[in-house]
Design a protein around this ligand. Structure first.
Ligand code: GDP
Length: 454
């Protein structure tokens, strides 16, 4: 048994064209040679890296479990940086289970959660932020989410953080010089230089923090609540966005009594939609409960899609909803544009408005750009790095706190060495983010959240 060689099913469990078992470690190739027999008769150990062989997974009694293709990677040119063999078999749950059992019988250990990516990080194949972006890449549900994950995988986070650490290292060096020659006004070693460097670093950290919230909306989907009085077309809008009859649409007011949820892609973005009970004054106990749940949702939604019937003038229920959402992130939807219009955006001063006909499916395209605008997704530029998890955010926030302290210390009459301590603290936090200073415990904690096989 090789302690160092691990194996796991790396493709999702379910029925598919192929399924993959990945083996990594110094004995990966010899383990694979025990259970895989190539049709050519050549053992895998005779192959170079990036070579494939077609053959069979052979069980201990000599029978064939399934046909397979073995792909050989030689260290360090593999995902993990170790010798790797990937066995592609037919993608069936039982085939994959038995193939993995056979690989383990032949000497590999079961891989832990995220073990392949962890090994890639430990073997210097990728920085920590890139390893983390693998998770985000795999779970991306919309094109925008895929774009930011791909940028992170391409090293955008490390580049952004390195720019900040360079500034801080320069400031730290200046502080050291100033401590030795306080009266000499040397270039880069003046109080005004430290202030400039710290301000610039803080600005960059603030941008990372600001972009995090937008990135989170992109990655996890935007929680949108569809609200409005009964019969304005909320369920019809929900169905239009979902492309199915998920909500019941009838001409009887108050049909949606509870909350109906669905996650959909609207163009580039993912929306987590909730269709609510019509918000209006009612004596019906069941309906009142639905109304109160809908109102609760208004407080937690990232975006409220407030629907109004464009063919009827505003009434007391409409005005009360407008008051409820005035201070929230909301988009007014003037629905039923296929009918004669009694409402226009002028009736909704201060709100982002979209006019559409949910019934005819016309105008919904404008909704995507309106949501992007209210969520300030447009402010995210092509080159902006977006942090992809809470760990990275907390490292950046910690660094920001240290820099704030450093700037306060700079003008509070304490020795400049105290400023240097804060700058070192900020550097430490950022090096933890990129993984240069990460402890084993932190490393284990990060990869624990990966799935087995990644
Ligand atoms: P909800 O109570 O707000 O969920 O409203 P529904 O979606 O159940 O729609 C109520 C009624 O309005 C139904 O008869 C729909 O067919 C109709 N309706 C919804 N959207 C439109 C639209 O854009 N144009 C027209 N003419 N009727 C619509």
């Amino acid at each position: 048994m090789s302690e160092n060689t691990v194996a796991a099913i790396s493709s999702p469990m379910g029925e598919g064209g192929i399924g993959v078992i990945r083996i990594s470690g110094e004995d990966a190739i010899s383990v694979a040679d025990k259970c895989f027999k190539a049709v050519s008769g050549k053992p895998l150990c005779s192959l170079g890296g990036y070579r494939a062989a077609f053959g069979n997974i052979v069980l201990s009694d000599g029978t064939s479990l399934d046909e397979a293709v073995a792909l050989v990677f030689r260290a360090p040119k593999s995902y993990t940086g170790e010798d790797v063999v990937e066995l592609s078999v037919h993608g069936g749950t039982e085939i994959l289970r038995q193939a993995l059992r056979r690989v383990l019988e032949c000497g590999a250990m079961p891989a832990g959660a995220g073990e392949f990516t962890k090994r890639a990080f430990l073997n210097g194949k990728m920085p920590l932020s890139k390893a983390e972006s693998v998770m985000s890449l795999i779970s991306a549900r919309g094109n925008e989410a895929l774009k930011i994950s791909r940028k992170a995988a391409g090293g955008s986070i490390d580049r952004a953080v390195n720019e900040i650490t360079d500034l801080l290292k320069l400031t730290a060096a200046g502080i050291a010089t100033y401590s030795d020659y306080p009266d000499e006004e040397l270039e880069g070693a003046k109080i005004s230089d430290f202030e400039k460097g710290l301000l610039k670093a803080e600005e960059k950290l603030n941008t990372l923090i600001k972009n995090y919230d937008t990135g989170k909306l992109i990655r996890e989907g935007i929680n949108c609540v569809i609200a409005g009085k009964p019969n304005v077309g909320k369920s019809t809008l929900m169905n239009l966005l979902c492309g199915s009859d998920r909500s019941i649409v009838t001409a009887v007011p108050g049909t949606t009594r509870d909350i109906i949820e669905n996650s959909v892609n609207l163009g580039d973005i993912t929306l987590n939609l909730s269709d609510t009970a019509g918000i209006h004054a009612t004596d019906d106990v069941v309906e009142a409960e639905g109304v109160s749940r809908a109102k609760e949702l208004l407080d937690t939604a990232a975006v409220i899609l407030a629907v109004f019937d464009g063919s009827a003038p505003l009434d007391a229920d409409d005005r009360s909803l407008l008051e409820d959402i005035r201070t929230k992130r909301a988009i007014v939807i003037i629905n039923k544009t296929d009918l004669e219009q009694r409402l226009s955006p002028k009736d909704f001063c201060g709100f982002e408005c979209v006019m559409l006909s949910a019934k005819e499916g016309k105008g919904a395209d404008n909704l995507q750009s309106a949501i992007k605008r209210v969520c300030q997704m447009d402010s995210l530029s092509e080159n902006d790095a977006v942090l992809i998890n809470e760990r990275q955010l907390s490292c950046v926030k910690e660094a920001q706190k240290y820099i704030e302290e450093a700037r306060t210390a700079l003008f509070s009459g304490v020795t400049v060495d105290a400023v240097g301590v804060c700058v070192d603290g900020a550097l430490e936090s950022l090096l933890t983010l990129t993984g240069e200073r990460v402890t084993n415990a932190v490393c284990d904690e990060i990869f624990k959240h990966f799935c087995v096989g990644k």
